[in-house]
Design a protein around this ligand. Sequence first.
Ligand SMILES: Nc1ncnc2c1ncn2[C@@H]1O[C@H](COP(=O)(O)OP(=O)(O)OP(=O)(O)O)[C@@H](O)[C@H]1O
Ligand SMILES: N[C@@H](CCO)C(=O)O
Length: 324
Amino acid sequence: MAVYTEVTDEALRLFLAEYDLGELLAFRGIAEGVENSNFALKTSNGDFILTLYEKRVDPAELPWFLGLMRHLGAQGLSCPLPVAGRDGVALRELAGRPAAICTFLPGVWPRRVRQEHCAPLGAALATLHAAGEGFRAERPNTLGPRAWTPLLERCRGGGDALQPGLIAELDGHLSGILRDWPCGLPRGHIHADLFPDNVFFLGTGRGSPVVSGLIDFYFACTDFLAYDLAICLNAWCFEPDLAFNVTKARAMISAYNALRPLTPEELDALPVLCRGSAIRFLLTRLYDWTHTPPGALVTRKDPLEYLKRLRFHAQARDVAAYGL
Ligand SMILES: Nc1ncnc2c1ncn2[C@@H]1O[C@H](COP(=O)(O)OP(=O)(O)OP(=O)(O)O)[C@@H](O)[C@H]1O
Ligand SMILES: N[C@@H](CCO)C(=O)O
């Protein structure tokens, strides 16, 4: 569930009085998501999403995230657009939390990723990277390589309880990843969490699915563009039994490459970028696994799914392992 903070009718009424959104018709909490509290809001002007930002999001960074979404939207990317109140301010406070209303995007995210989703996803990622150009302010990747050693340290106590020998195996992987990590690759603003639940599609029937929008930019940052592709390869191209689907990978990379050709250096670096992205999600999941109190309402995600991905990338010799 992801409604951590309750909003009373009276608090909502006072909050909405700051906007020109028409009459409130419906309001309900959204169960999906793990980071923030999200509510669907229907008014006589249309559908919106109200987000209350919870503790994982640094309030000081919210103007950057909302500014990036505004910039991407102005470049034609379909993403949530922050809605300003009558005073021109989009970031406000509700129930003691920073809060913003954004536009609602149509479509549904794929519960089961098919090969047909992967080329549109690759194209959408390249479009996002192009749209990010011109947004001047940068945000360092706070979950990038420099964060991984301290994260692993904080999991040392509980990691082996999940799987004996896990921490020693991760020590080995991490030192190799940090040793091989590239420098000087093309940089830009990346989504950094473009999992299937953050990509909406229309046309889920027999025809080719079409991306209708991207959501959840609260891990976005400025980093290697190809690292975003590596995150997507991990999130989209492994089957439920965690076998790598090279056909999906080829479709995704080719569609990306058709819009933003990857440099030889990026292609060479793809295996280590995939190893890095796998250990990043493994470590944040392991941290949550070992630090979430029993009985908490959040569904913890399985860190070991990412160990299997990491092992796959560790044996990949070069980009040929990804179908190129
Ligand atoms: N702009 C939007 N338009 C339509 N639905 C949205 C929008 N934003 C969020 N949602 C709905 O709310 C759900 C949760 O949103 P989101 O993934 O941003 O939450 P989160 O708690 O930040 O999640 P995560 O765990 O992915 O970091 C989505 O799956 C979707 O159903
Ligand atoms: N996409 C992340 C969750 C937080 O956004 C994961 O699957 O670990």
